[in-house]
Design a protein around this ligand. Structure first.
Ligand code: DC
Length: 227
């Protein structure tokens, strides 16, 4: 049986993971958060004190790490060299390092195969920056999800506050703008809307409205119920 794949791409803070998780639960699909895989690699580089601008040091570090995904009660865990690092990768420091090292080919190459294998085996909703354009060009449904940078910064701010982390709204918005710029302008697999992706701006939409729009698109694009 061929699998049904839904690709969701978009900038940081657009709501991709919240929405993809909810849609995946409704469909009984597996949710694959590719950002978490890149974040695990960035955590390794931070721990090793690697300079983000030193491409050969990052490349050498790629040889020393193994990243894998596991699922517990439907929730994705990301493992780095035999350690569950899911709870350690959500800081702004890791986010900034991730955006910096994900421009390098060996970093992307390492995760591409794993991502494609998952999508070939299971019905997935996979989110990231290059899913519809590079990782799963044949995905039956592709969504480009965005929101304006102020709304996205506010969402991140609230998220961090809830976790009790110190944060500053202006700094978060500035960081988001820089991260978008780097993710959209890198040479390899930049963030951009795939030609056959549906564009959704979630600035003034509720989570449920976005989830419904994605499910509707998937139905229009051949997803049968009770698959
Ligand atoms: O979605 P996120 O905030 O967890 O992603 C963190 C960084 O990882 C993002 O700034 C760019 C990189 N990334 C990528 O290059 N390709 C992906 N498919 C997912 C994330």
């Amino acid at each position: 049986m061929t699998t049904y794949n839904i690709a969701i791409d978009g900038p940081a803070g657009a709501g991709k993971s919240t929405i993809a998780k909810k849609a995946a639960a409704k469909l009984g699909f597996i949710y694959v958060d590719t950002g978490a895989m890149y974040r695990a690699m960035a955590l390794y580089c931070l721990r090793e004190g690697i300079d983000r601008n030193d491409e050969s040091a990052v490349e050498a570090a790629c040889e020393r790490m193994t990243v894998s995904l596991r699922y517990q009660g439907g929730a994705q865990q990301v493992w780095l060299n035999g350690e569950d690092v899911s709870g350690l990768i959500r800081t702004e420091e890791v986010g900034a390092m991730t955006s910096a090292i994900s421009v390098y080919a060996p970093v992307r190459q390492k995760l591409l195969k794993l991502q494609r294998q998952l999508a070939a085996k299971e019905n997935v909703i996979m989110d990231g920056r290059d899913i519809g354009t590079c990782v799963l060009p044949g995905a039956q449904t592709k969504i480009y999800l965005t929101a304006n940078s102020h709304v996205r910064a506010l969402r991140r701010f609230k998220e961090l506050k809830e976790k009790g982390q110190m944060c500053n709204l202006e700094e978060i918005e500035q960081d988001i703008i820089e991260r978008d710029h780097r993710d959209m302008n890198r040479d390899i697999a930049p963030l951009k809307q795939a030609e056959d992706a549906v564009f959704l701006d979630s600035s003034d939409m509720t989570i449920d409205q976005v989830v419904d729009a994605i499910l509707m698109t998937a139905k229009e694009r051949g997803l049968e119920e009770n698959r």
